[in-house]
Design a protein. Structure first.
Length: 246
């Protein structure tokens, strides 16, 4: 039997990595660790350091969620940029196909996407016929979104968006709100700039060490619905919230 070529091995590795790091796989794995590991093991720093390096690379900061509340917006943006340089973009997007379908179905008219990442969601919204403006705090993400989606992109982020009140029909914020230190100010800003708010956040319980830079955790729908004023539903193990602004 012929041995696989180097190119074939690389292709197989890439295909397996893409499948393994798909959020539809990693979220159940994370929930298994969170729900079934004894806390003394789940919070063991050496274990979390190994997991973080496996997923994000050597630049992942295990203590980020403690430091973030004392950092400036510029310092937080730099932390995410450093993480990306360290190989953090281990999957195309955190937003699953079913979640993107829910976002597109809920969006109306002119859309603002906050935290656009590499432009996966913005691209779908543009292809669905929406006029889209996207913002992100890192230049790399803004450039990728502009190239991929072909929409207007700006360097900006929560809780201070450079748009007038009610400038958009819909604002989309997918897998971003959990990263913002001032949660209530961020939610208020989303409701300020648009008539409809569509948010996706992880259904996740708090632990000191997590293999992500999440600052806020939503294991239940109630606090999230109170925060945004809408109804939360589970889609691929994450919360999708749709809220209409009065």
């Amino acid at each position: 039997m012929a041995r696989p070529t180097r190119q074939g091995r690389c292709y197989l590795h890439a295909a397996l990595s893409k499948r393994f790091f798909d959020r539809r796989v990693t979220t159940p794995v994370r929930r298994l660790l969170d729900d079934w590991l004894p806390p003394v093991i789940r919070e063991w720093r050496p274990l979390n350091r190994v997991l973080a390096r496996m997923v994000h690379g050597s630049r992942f900061d295990l203590d980020f969620k403690e430091r973030a509340f004392h950092l400036s917006d510029k310092e937080i943006a730099q932390a995410y940029d450093d993480l990306a340089q360290g190989g953090a973009r281990f999957r195309d997007t955190d937003t699953t196909p079913a979640q993107i379908d829910a976002i597109v179905a809920a969006s109306r008219g002119r859309v603002l996407e906050v935290g656009c990442g590499n432009g996966t969601v913005a691209e779908r919204l543009v292809n669905a016929g929406h006029e889209v403006v996207a913002v992100d705090v890192t230049a790399g993400s803004a450039e990728q979104t502009q190239h991929r989606a072909g929409c207007s992109v700006a360097l900006a982020g929560l809780p201070d968006l450079p748009f007038r009140t009610g400038a958009f029909d819909t604002v989309v914020c997918s897998h971003t709100l959990e990263h913002i230190p001032d949660l209530w100010a961020a939610a208020h800003e989303l409701r300020r700039v648009a008539k409809r708010v569509v948010v996706v956040v992880p259904c996740q319980r708090y632990y000191r060490y997590t293999v992500d830079y999440h600052l806020h955790f939503f294991p239940q729908a109630g606090p999230l619905e109170r925060l945004l004023g809408g109804k939360a539903e589970l889609v691929d193990h994450d919360w999708v919230v749709i809220a209409d602004v009065d």
